[in-house]
Design a protein around this ligand. Sequence first.
Ligand code: SF4
Ligand code: SF4
Length: 130
Amino acid sequence: MKPSEPVAAVKTPTDCRACGACCFSPSENYVRVTGEDWARLGDEAGRVARFFNHRAFMRMIDGHCAALVVKPGMHGARDYFCSVYDRRPHVCRALERGSPECAAELVTKGQAVAMRQPAGADFMESIPSE
Ligand code: SF4
Ligand code: SF4
């Protein structure tokens, strides 16, 4: 995004389940999982998170968090569903729809995620690294 580009120009989806942009990244260490987060994840922790250099992160699969479930939605759209929503890490809870951080996610990834079919090298390269 150019510095002069107004973030307000980004149209915020009315429902995160129609977007999912902030759950995508080419980085393997994208979503930090703190000790508190790990405890909250409970018996799901081993499935969706893993340790790297003494720090824990959500696992990444096909360019998105392993906890994200992508299903066909209405009229060719997709439904993005967090399978650990009630137990999701703090960093996910802090990112509110409609916030400047959400707008930045939409600007950098929104189009690439919406056009993604299926995940592949071209898609991964179209998303900037964090
Ligand atoms: S918080 Fe923003 S970027 Fe994340 S899924 Fe919701 S609308 Fe998309
Ligand atoms: S834990 Fe849920 S909200 Fe957070 S990145 Fe993964 S799928 Fe998205």
